[in-house]
Structure formats: C-alpha cells, structure tokens
Design a protein around this ligand. Structure first.
Ligand code: AHR
Length: 558
C-alpha cells in the first residue's frame, strides 16, 4: 500500500512544490467594491458539452459499497440494491455520464467476476485501495442499472493494464451484442435482453502510473490494439458501413483520410493520457493519431488527470482551515487553465479541426482523509471553498469547450471531492453538489464571451481576480450568468451589461455560508445551501451584489 500511495503522491508533488512557501499575513480589509461585466450575446462560442458535468465512481472505500450499493435486502430504501436517496439526489443534478469502475481499480478488474448469480460471484482483493474485500456484488448489470436509474450515460474504463484485449472485447460484446450471439444470450440469461448503451470507452487509466507503468510510446503500441479490437455491437451505436468507393477515391487522389463517417451515437474511445501538465503522453499519442489510418484504429479523446492538493499533498485539512489554505487551493485551481492551454496547443498542432477531445476524467480537491477513517478510503469533508473551486473549474472547462468535451469529477459519492456523503441510512449533499445543481442550465448551453473587471483578491503572495464569470445561452434561450466572488473578506457589486439585450432583472440562486470552511454534516445538512437571489435594474443598470466567498447563478430576464 505504501508504494501505491507514494505513486499517487509523486504525481501531485510537482504541483504542490511551488505553493509551500506562503507565510501567514493579514487579510485584505472588508470593503464592498464595484466591478463591471460585459456579455457579448452576438458572438456565440462553442456548445458547453453537458458531459463536462460528468462524474466518476470507483470501487474505492465507500464510493460504491455503502454509497451507491446497499444490497437488495438492506433496510435502507433501495431499488434492486441501489439506494434510492442517492439516486434521487443525482437525478436532480442531471448527471450526463458516469465513469466506472476506476481509476486504478479498472486495470485490475475482471468483469466476469461481477456477473451471474450473486452467490456465485468471485470475492477478490482490491489491491489499490486498502486491500479491501471486493464481493463483486456490484458488477456490470448493477452499474448499468444505476446509470439508467439516474438517467446517465456509461463511460466504461476497460482493463488495459492487467487484462487482455480479448477480455475487454468480450466485455463490450457482452454489454452491447444482440441475439443470436452467445454473448447476448448470456446477458439475457443474467436478466437483460436489450443491449446496453456504452457512450465512452476508456482505454486504460493512468498508464504512466497505477495502470502499468508505460512510457507514452509503449502505451500507444498497446492502446492501438485495444482501439482496434474492442467493438460496440449495439445497432444504435454501430458505425456506418464502410464506403469502399469513397476510400478508393481518396487513395487514388492521394488525399489523406481524415476520419471515417461516424455515427453520432457511436461509442467514443478515450486514450489514457497525461498526468497534469506533463506533455509527453499528449505529444506521443497525438503524433500516432495523426499518422493513423482510421480504418484500423482511432480515438475520440485523450484523458487528462489533474488534482488540486493544496500546499501539503494528502495532508491539507478539509475542515477548520484558514485563509492561507483557502487562497492556496483557489490559486492552484486556476492552474487547470494553463494545463488545458498547454495540452490544447499540442493537440492543435496535430488536430486543428479538433476531432480529438481533451477529457479531464479525474479532477478535484484531494485533501487529508477524515480522522478515524481508513486513510486509503479517501473520505474527506467538502467545504464551501471546495464548491467555489468546483465552480471555477467548470468555468475554466467551459472556456475551453471547443476542446474539452467531457470531465469527470473525482468522485461521485463518499470519495475525495464528492457530491454526496452517506452515513449509514443518512445522506448529506455537499457544497460541490449544490454547485452542480445550480450549473444545470449550462449543460449543452452555448458559450457567450464575457469580460469582467472587479479588481483583485490578495493574500500574502497570492493574487487572484476578485471575481470569475461564465456566460452562456441556455437551451431555454435565456442568457445565464455564473459569478464567483473569490474574495473571502468583501462583498462585490458587479454591474452587468449584455450587448443586444435589455436585462431588467436577474433571478437565480446564491451559494455561500458564514465561513469559507463551512461544511454540511448529518447534524447540519444545510449549513451550505443555495438561497434565492434576485436583482433588478435601476436606471437601466443591472447591479449584482455578490456576497463574499460565494457562487451565484442567475438567468437574465427583460
Ligand atoms: O481518484 C482516485 C485515484 O486517483 C484513481 O483511482 C487514480 O486514477 C488516481 O490516481
């Protein structure tokens, strides 16, 4: 275990190193400041893919067992073993996609252990996560049932590290084939005759770390074989028939084939990609992709993992922290932008048409585990600060929406920066959950350029913009604004102008609390909860008063 924990630690050290030198100093005095914000609704940008609001659920600690799965005979209300309180909370945030079964777990997972009668399932050891006993009660059918209960698509991470190509191909065939294939018959015998939908296929996880480890070149050699042989057989997702006449024409004219015609419902293959800002995997994978023949193998995305650790990886407290820790985590959150820019620049060189998405399929704040819990279960509290960090990240992802088309926060329930924490039969919604709920109107909304200026928030050597803002035209046709006031000491007034629109009022919700370190608990589940927010234009000016350390989401009305 120590070796494994060390591997995770090394991945985070580089990020943390430059944040260790902060000294405590007096905070900026509390003064309400005035800022301005301008949205240009006449210059719509890309669609903010709803999959940017995706989730990640790994067999880790209480992420699945206790958090999602309680078993059919549990006293906790459940449908076919899946807890109903968690399902209804997740339905409310319209989870678009869930990545499963890992994480590091995925590269040691053997899917056949998790199908068939519960009493005959193999009991295995979860070597990555505290050597926990894995009963395999939650397997393919249970995960797919869970995804369908919450109304989400499935992102299946196949075992590239310790599994075979055949095992992975068989798994996806088992999930997606139709009769009369034997795989479809076996699935039907286990309770599901209709094929499942698999929207995304993850080709391994952290192949530079717990997934192997491989160099980028070694990984590409292996990944191409998985990309070639693992097929989705669901008729709704099947690729269009190959048009040999078109291929022959391309060959005759010497025109390089960019991509094959694709099914918009087709399964998208995501290669395991870089660790934070390290460019090596991105460069090697994109170079191979550029040189590929799409008839033989292709990918639709590269995964990126970047966590926010604070100044002490694995040791930054999740409760009772001060302004230094608040400012440090928010400053590190901003590093996501430069990481995305760096990888996007590499991808643009090989793929200017942006066929390949950058998929941030693990991100979030990774803090010290709660006292008295198994350290490798990664159970941490979730404060208002962490909700603010989530909002800043979503804003950053949306600004990169032309390239970033899916992200999966780590993790959904009871692990790291979770949406939900459970305690036996009780459930607590975290500040991060509330941010996801408030941002629902941004799912599949169209990005609108927004400029803003409200001065800076300073703490010691850290300087951050006082506010962060995102604007989009929702699928409801309305203009939506998300505004983060990072300043923990001062309310900020912002005057909003929307070119081409008369905004008479703004209505929505604000998330704040007495302290940036306020958390929700079983005893105080609503210490951090959204409250209604509204503002009316005065003399043609829409002024929004943003409380200190807050997230506000509003819809503009005439
Ligand atoms: O999310 C926890 C772990 O972090 C994942 O299993 C792994 O991919 C990463 O190191």
């Amino acid at each position: 275990m120590a070796v494994r924990l060390f591997r995770h630690a090394v991945a985070g050290m580089a990020l943390a190193a430059s944040a260790t030198a902060f000294a405590q100093s007096a905070a900026v005095p509390a003064t309400a400041e005035v800022g301005s914000l301008t949205v240009d609704a006449s210059k719509p940008g890309p669609v903010i893919n709803r999959d940017i609001f995706g989730q990640f659920a790994e067999h880790l600690g209480k992420g699945i067992y206790g958090g999602v799965w309680v078993g059919k005979n549990s006293k906790i209300p459940n449908v076919r073993g899946i807890r109903s309180d968690v399902v209804s909370a997740l339905r409310a945030i319209k989870v678009p996609v869930v990545r499963w079964p890992g994480g590091c777990f995925a590269d040691e997972y053997h899917w056949r252990d998790g199908i068939g009668p519960a009493s005959r399932r193999k009991v295995t050891i979860n070597t990555n996560w505290a050597g926990a006993v894995e009963p395999n009660s939650f397997g393919t059918h249970e995960f797919m049932d869970f995804a369908e209960q919450i109304g989400s698509e499935a992102y299946i991470s196949i075992n590239v590290g310790s599994g075979t190509v055949q095992e992975a191909a068989d798994w996806i065939e088992y999930m997606t084939a139709v009769a009369p294939s034997s795989a479809a018959k076996e699935r039907a015998a286990n309770g599901r005759s209709r094929p499942y939908r698999v929207k995304y296929l993850g080709l391994g996880n952290e192949m530079w770390g717990c997934g192997a480890p491989y160099t980028g070149e070694e990984y590409v050699t292996k990944m191409k074989v998985f990309a070639h042989f693992v097929h989705n057989h669901n008729p709704e997702q099947a690729p269009p028939r190959i048009d040999f006449a078109a291929i022959a024409k391309d060959l005759m004219t010497g025109k390089p084939m960019d991509s094959l015609p694709s099914n918009p419902n087709g399964m998208r293959r995501i290669a395991a990609g870089p660790n934070s800002a390290d460019p090596s995997y991105t460069e090697v994978i994109m170079k191979a992709w550029k040189a590929r023949s799409p008839i033989y193998w292709d990918i639709d995305g590269i995964s990126l993992h970047q966590y926010t650790w604070g100044s002490m990886p694995f040791n930054e407290p999740s409760t009772g922290f001060g302004e230094k820790e608040y400012a440090t985590v928010l400053m590190q959150t901003q590093w996501m932008d430069r990481t995305l820019t760096k990888h996007s620049e590499i991808m643009d060189r090989y793929d200017p048409k942006k066929h390949v998405a950058l998929v941030v399929d693990e991100w979030g704040v990774w803090l010290k585990p709660n006292e008295g819990t198994e350290q490798m279960h990664l159970i941490q509290q979730n404060s208002l600060r962490d909700g603010i960090a989530a909002a800043m990240n979503i804003n950053i992802f949306s600004r990169h929406a032309d390239r970033v088309r899916m992200t999966n926060i780590a993790q959904m329930v009871n692990v790291l920066q979770s949406m939900i924490m459970t305690d036996g039969p009780k459930m607590v919604l975290t500040p991060t959950y509330h941010v996801y709920k408030m941002y629902v109107p941004f799912q599949d909304a169209t990005f609108l350029p927004v400029t803003f200026e409200a001065g800076q928030y300073r703490f010691d050597t850290i300087t951050l913009p006082k506010i962060d803002a995102l604007a989009a035209r929702g699928k409801d046709g309305k203009v939506w604004l998300a505004l983060v006031n990072l300043d923990p000491n001062a309310e900020t007034e912002v005057t909003a102008n929307v070119a081409g629109i008369v905004a008479g009022k703004a209505q929505g919700d604000v998330l704040t609390a007495p302290g940036f370190n306020t958390v929700n608990t079983v005893g105080a589940p609503d210490a951090v909860a959204p409250r209604p927010f509204s503002a009316n234009a005065v003399d043609g000016k829409l002024v929004l008063r943003l409380p200190r350390h807050s997230v506000t989401v509003v819809r503009l009305e005439p």
